[in-house]
Design a protein around this ligand. Structure first.
Ligand code: PMP
Length: 463
């Protein structure tokens, strides 16, 4: 046994996670603590440097609104594993269903031999996705794979090659989805050449729109129409692909009216609209899907993250005639729609219905927005507060609204030291985003916001 093996063995049995875990913040060491730091040393000898964690505390258990690390610290979770454990970590119904499935069979490959839970997940998504008319769903393993398949389906159905995406977009890390993603570092640098036939339009980003937020929706829509008609040629475009609220790009909520305009522009030109709801979907924004906030009905819609409750599962849901344009054998993969992940997804839907989690996301959003808006009024370094439901962010700025990534990083570090897990985002790295699990209680939510308020105040005082 090596020294490092010995260290891990010494840790003893991990605490129980899931909904039964103690709902308290507890900071007993510096963060990361000595055990996490030791594991990080081991990580550096084993993993490539391209794999990096926001906060290298090694997790042993999680549930409700907390994660517990290897040093016994209990952190308030404002990240949900990047918008994945929306119904809570190790939520009851997810664990119950996935564990039962583990005991029955772990895999057949749906392409070899099917099983019912795959159909149940597709039936549910067909029922709830805001896609018009008869629908079909195909399951995959991740968000990137869902987006990649949506593009394949759109091309097969239209016979056109072009895909139009937006500035600040994030769609994944595979060759095609990295090409669709806007930000160069760290996602694209050195990884070219990129996939062809991807075109980029400006995003209706109200806070940073040059002529101001009032003109944003209209001018951004005009720019999209111009790109389609004049630069690419609408006949060459299979689909416009958009996140109804941008995730990694900094929780950019498009200017009101922009999404309906995009939908109309697509409709008028016979171009398909794909909504990437990988981060926004499955109750996160206070609706089952973020498209519903603006009443748009995409032709194809992608989900992942919250869908599997922590197990890897993604999906494309779309209009039946488009989905059926791909011939038999054209979609799928070895692990796509794994039976354990399907049972977990059915558990996710159970949790959402049983605990009214769509409404809970709205409540959490209301509490967060109240505090954050008052923070923006007192501290000019908080330039913007935005988001919907339990998907809210603040954008940190210097005078003149210049992006302040170092301020965001320092506030994040202050929060981490106090036992509040927050994530950064944004094309300029100056956004702090908050994605608490919907299972968090109000006490922990308020405690987390109080820590954030102190961190912002301390940063403002130090400037
Ligand atoms: N689309 C969006 C909107 C996302 O936020 C993400 C992940 N952050 C992806 C696609 C890629 O998902 P995955 O990491 O599961 O491949």
């Amino acid at each position: 046994m090596s020294d490092t093996d010995q260290t891990t063995a010494d840790l003893g049995a991990p605490p129980a996670g899931g909904p039964g875990i103690a709902q308290v913040r507890k900071v007993v060491t510096e963060i990361p603590g000595p055990r996490s730091r030791e594991l990080l040393v081991r990580q550096r000898t084993l993993l490539p440097s391209g794999v990096e964690s926001t906060l290298p505390v090694f997790i042993e258990a999680a549930g409700g609104g907390v994660v517990v690390d290897a040093d016994g610290n209990s952190l308030i979770d404002f990240g949900s594993g990047i918008a994945v454990t929306t119904v809570g970590n190790s939520a009851d119904a997810v664990v119950r269903r996935a564990a039962a499935q583990l005991g029955r069979f772990t895999h057949t490959c749906f392409l070899a031999n099917p099983y019912r839970s795959y159909l149940d997940v597709c039936e549910k998504l067909n029922e709830i996705a805001p896609v018009p008319g008869a629908k079909r769903t195909v399951l995959v393993n991740s968000g990137a794979e869902a987006v990649e398949n949506a593009v394949k389906i759109a091309r097969a159905a239209t016979g056109r090659p072009g895909i139009v995406v937006f500035d600040h977009a994030y769609h994944g890390r595979t060759l095609l989805t990295m090409t669709l993603t806007a930000k160069n570092r760290p996602y694209k640098q050195g990884f070219g050449p990129f996939a062809p036939e991807v075109h980029r339009a400006p995003m209706a980003y109200p806070f940073r729109w040059p002529s101001g937020p009032e003109r944003c929706a209209e001018e951004a829509a005009d720019a999209l129409a111009d790109l389609l008609d004049r630069q690419v040629g609408s006949d060459n475009v299979a689909a416009v692909l958009i996140e109804p609220i941008q995730g990694e790009g900094g929780f950019v909520v498009p200017a009101p009216g922009f999404l309906p305009r995009v939908a109309a522009i697509c409709r008028e030109r016979g171009i398909l609209l794909i909504a990437d709801e990988v981060q926004t979907g499955i109750a996160r924004t206070g609706r089952m899907f973020a498209c519903e906030h603006e009443g748009i009905e995409p032709d194809l819609l992608t989900t992942a993250k919250g869908l599997g409750g922590g197990l890897p599962l993604g999906a494309v849901t779309g209009r039946a005639e488009l989905m059926d344009a791909v011939p038999a054998g054209g979609l799928g993969g070895t692990y796509s729609g794994n039976p354990v992940a399907c049972e977990a997804a059915l558990g996710v839907f159970e949790e959402i219905e049983q605990h009214g989690l769509v409404e809970r996301a709205m409540e959490i959003g209301g509490i967060m927005l109240d505090t954050l808006d008052s923070m923006r009024r007192s501290h000019p370094l908080v330039g913007d507060v935005r988001g919907r439901g339990a998907m809210i962010a603040i954008e940190l700025v210097e005078p003149g609204n210049r992006p302040a990534p170092h301020v965001a990083a320092r506030i994040a570090a202050r929060c981490h030291a106090e036992g509040l897990l927050v994530l950064t985002a944004g094309s300029y790295g100056n956004v702090l985003r908050f994605l608490p699990p919907l299972s968090i209680g109000n006490d922990l939510l308020e405690e987390g916001l109080a820590i954030l308020r102190s961190a912002v105040a301390a940063e403002a005082a130090a400037m």
